[in-house]
Write a protein that binds this ligand. Structure first.
Ligand SMILES: NC(=O)c1ccc[n+]([C@@H]2O[C@H](COP(=O)([O-])OP(=O)(O)OC[C@H]3O[C@@H](n4cnc5c(N)ncnc54)[C@H](O)[C@@H]3O)[C@@H](O)[C@H]2O)c1
Length: 307
C-alpha cells in the first residue's frame, strides 16, 4: 500500500511508537489517532492529526475512528506493561484487536499493520527467522501477541484482508517511558548516582532498534510487501547486554556507579534473556538499519537525557 494521499487510523497513536509514526505519516496523509491516553500523551501527537479519545475495547469507539473512507489501520494500542503472569493482559489485548478487526470487516477496511513482538518466539535459537517454529512464548504478553497474530491470519486468509505483522526487537528513543531499561537506569541514577541495581546478572543480551529506524522500516514494509499475510522481524543485527546499557547510561550521565546485580539469568519471570532477530527478510526487501544495537542505545540515552 502506497503511504500517500491515504486516510490512515493509528490505534495507540499517542503512545511511544505510535506518536513517531503519526509524525512520519501526517505530511502526506490524513491521520486519525485513536487512544485512551492510558499510556500516551496528547501533546505527543503532531499538529494535523485528528484525535479520537476512547477505549478501543468499546465497539462504539472503534466505529467512531474506523469509518468506510479509511484506507488502512496501524494497530499499536495494547497493554504492554502488565505483570508477566497477568492473564487479563491476554484477554485485554485480544479483545482490543478483535474489536478493531470486527469494525474493519463491518465497513470494508481491509489493510492492517500490527505491532507484534520478538516475545512470540520464546527462548529460540538466534538469530531467529520469521519461520522459526515452534512458537512457544514464555510470557502472557508474548502469548497475547501470538493470539492476535493468529486472529489476523484468519482475516488475511478468509476475509480478504492484507496484513503486515511486525515482530519488534526492543525499540528505543525519545518518549520511551519508565518500565524500559534505559529510562529506568536514568531514573535510578538520578536518585542515587553512586550505585545502580541491575536486574539479573547483567548478561542478558538483546537487540535494540531506534524508533526512527523502526518507523522507517514499518513504512518500507507496508509499501513493498504485498502478500495476504506479511510477517517481518524489525531489529538491528547486533545485541547489547544489560551491563553495557548501564555503562552507556552512566557514561552519558558522567557517572561511575557501583553495580549491584539482583542475580539469576533473567530480569523477571517471563523475561527472554537472549534475543536477536534475523532481519534477512527485511534486508531482502531493501531495508537495512543505519547502525548497531549499541548505537541505538547511546542515541536514545542522549535523547532521553535531553528530554
Ligand atoms: N516499544 C517496544 O519496544 C515494543 C516492542 C515490541 C512490541 N511493541 C508493541 O508496539 C506497540 C506500541 O508500543 P509502545 O511502546 O508505543 O507502547 P505505548 O504503551 O507507548 O503505546 C500504546 C498506546 O496505546 C494506548 N492504549 C492502550 N490501551 C488502549 C485502549 N484500550 N484503547 C485505546 N488506546 C489504548 C496507550 O494509551 C498508548 O498511547 C504495542 O502494541 C507494543 O506491544 C513495542
Amino acid at each position: 500500500m502506497d503511504l500517500s494521499g491515504k486516510r490512515l487510523v493509528v490505534t495507540g497513536g499517542a503512545g511511544f511508537v505510535g506518536s513517531h509514526l503519526c509524525a512520519r505519516l501526517v505530511d502526506d496523509n490524513e491521520v486519525v489517532s485513536v487512544d485512551d491516553f492510558s499510556n500516551g500523551e496528547r501533546e505527543w501527537l503532531p499538529d494535523g492529526v485528528e484525535v479520537v479519545e476512547g477505549d478501543l475495547t468499546d465497539p462504539d469507539v472503534a466505529a467512531e475512528a474506523i469509518t468506510e473512507d479509511v484506507d488502512g489501520v496501524f494497530h499499536f494500542a495494547a497493554n504492554k506493561n502488565a505483570a508477566a503472569d497477568d492473564v487479563d493482559q491476554y484477554r485485554f489485548n485480544n479483545r482490543l484487536t478483535e474489536t478493531v478487526i470486527e469494525r474493519m470487516d463491518e465497513v470494508g477496511v481491509d489493510n492492517i499493520a500490527f505491532t507484534s513482538s520478538s516475545t512470540v518466539y520464546g527462548e529460540a535459537p538466534r538469530p531467529t527467522p520469521e519461520d522459526y517454529a515452534p512458537l512457544e512464548p514464555i510470557s502472557i504478553y508474548g502469548a497475547s501477541k501470538l493470539g492476535e497474530e493468529s486472529l489476523l491470519s484468519v482475516y488475511a486468509h478468509s476475509h480478504d484482508f492484507t496484513v503486515w505483522v511486525y515482530r519488534f526487537a526492543n525499540i528505543v528513543g525519545p518518549r520511551l517511558q519508565l518500565g524500559a531499561v534505559i529510562p529506568d537506569f536514568i531514573d535510578k541514577l538520578d536518585d542515587d548516582p553512586e550505585s545502580l541495581t541491575i536486574l539479573g546478572d547483567g548478561r542478558q543480551e538483546k537487540s535494540y532498534m531506534h524508533v526512527e529506524d523502526c518507523v522507517d522500516a514499518m513504512c518500507h514494509v507496508v509499501e513493498r510487501a504485498s502478500d495476504d499475510f506479511n510477517v517481518y522481524n524489525l531489529g538491528t543485527r547486533t545485541t547489547t547486554s544489560v551491563t553495557t546499557i548501564a555503562d552507556i547510561v552512566s557514561e552519558e550521565m558522567g557517572l561511575d556507579p557501583d553495580y549491584e546485580y539482583t542475580g539469576g539469568d533473567r530480569g523477571w519471570v517471563g523475561d527472554v534473556p537472549r534475543m536477536r532477530l534475523s532481519i534477512e527478510k527485511l534486508s531482502a526487501l531493501g531495508w537495512e538499519p543505519e547502525g548497531s544495537s549499541d548505537d541505538a542505545v547511546r542515541r536514545a540515552t542522549r535523547e532521553l537525557l535531553a528530554e
